[in-house]
Design a protein around this ligand. Structure first.
Ligand code: SAM
Length: 282
């Protein structure tokens, strides 16, 4: 199976997935806020720090990091998707110390020894050569700089994906299996593999906390089903089989039934397994 290249990722995150992430920005940021909280808590960004936010998407993390670093610090959000960065720039208006660049973080020659922190929420699992990517990004860190990021844990521990995949299989069919080690959401599910990547990239003292995080989508189950229909495994099945409108409508209903067991008096509560990694430059 060939490895999707970073150019493929650029096309995906700009054309196919980009508009959907823009459309569901508020919902996605709300759902994934606990992951950002986990990254921020572990990174320990201080006033005056400079932070490189990799795969920053529409900028939620960059803006929050900008508040922590304050105007005496700086945040640079790096992403391969132009449309997501356009939105990030709008969200960061008024924060002059938060800026963005459209680059392939694996290859871009970042200014050397500039950043105290490299952080990411779900933005570092898509490189076609992860060792080269981390080695390259590490050059941008100051000698005492640290890397901190969150990625999805084991597939079976993440019903956000498995339940959606099951519903899509039932209604539309199963697209060809993709090796989860390839660039994609689960590429960093195995802590041992990732710690090895970080070590090969020259980073020191790699550590992983695997944590159960509660995802709490806001709004109705129907609204959540609409979103799940548009991203991840449901979207992959719809695209692969070029699903007909009646199949898509049936899948929307099936998604509501599938996720209903997670709905209760406090709203939707979906457990997720997240790996929080950290490592040092020296
Ligand atoms: C799952 S999204 C996460 C976005 C954002 N961090 C968030 O949590 O909302 C993955 C992001 O990684 C970006 N990305 C993928 N490959 C990249 C690369 N080689 N260089 C920079 N960004 C990349 C995508 O464009 C996308 O914005």
């Amino acid at each position: 199976m060939s490895v999707p290249s970073n150019d493929d990722q650029k096309a995906f995150w700009s054309s196919a997935a980009g508009p959907k992430w823009l459309h569901f920005e508020t919902a996605l940021d709300h759902i994934f806020q606990p992951v950002l909280d986990g990254v921020i808590a572990r990174a320990g960004v201080q006033t005056g720090d400079c932070v490189l936010d990799i795969g920053c998407g529409t900028g939620a993390s960059a803006v929050q990091l900008g508040t922590l670093a304050a105007e005496s610090g700086c945040v640079l959000g790096a992403d391969i998707s132009g449309p997501l960065l356009e939105r990030a720039a709008v969200r960061a208006q008024g924060h002059d110390h938060v800026s963005f660049i459209e680059v392939d973080a694996q290859r871009h020659a970042f200014k050397k020894a500039t950043f105290d922190h490299l952080v990411s929420r779900f933005g570092v699992m898509f490189f076609d050569d992860p060792v080269a990517a981390f080695a390259n990004m590490a050059n941008a860190l100051k000698p005492d700089g640290r890397v901190t990021f969150g990625s999805w844990g084991q597939i079976q521990a993440n019903p956000f994906f498995t339940f959606a995949a099951q519903a899509a299989r039932n209604i539309i069919g199963a697209p060809p299996k993709i090796d989860p080690d390839l660039p994609g959401p689960f590429a960093f599910r195995d802590p041992k593999r990732v710690l090895d990547i970080l070590a090969q990239a020259g980073l020191q003292d790699g550590q992983c906390d695997t944590v159960e995080v509660m995802l709490t989508p806001h709004g109705s189950l129907a609204g959540f089903a609409d979103m799940v229909l548009s991203i991840g495994p449901a979207d992959a099945a719809i695209t692969h089989f070029d699903a007909a409108p009646d199949q898509i409508a049936a899948l929307r209903e099936m998604l509501q039934d599938t996720f209903a067991p997670f709905d209760g008096p406090e709203g939707l509560r979906i457990p997720a397994e997240i790996n929080f990694f950290s490592a040092g430059k020296t």
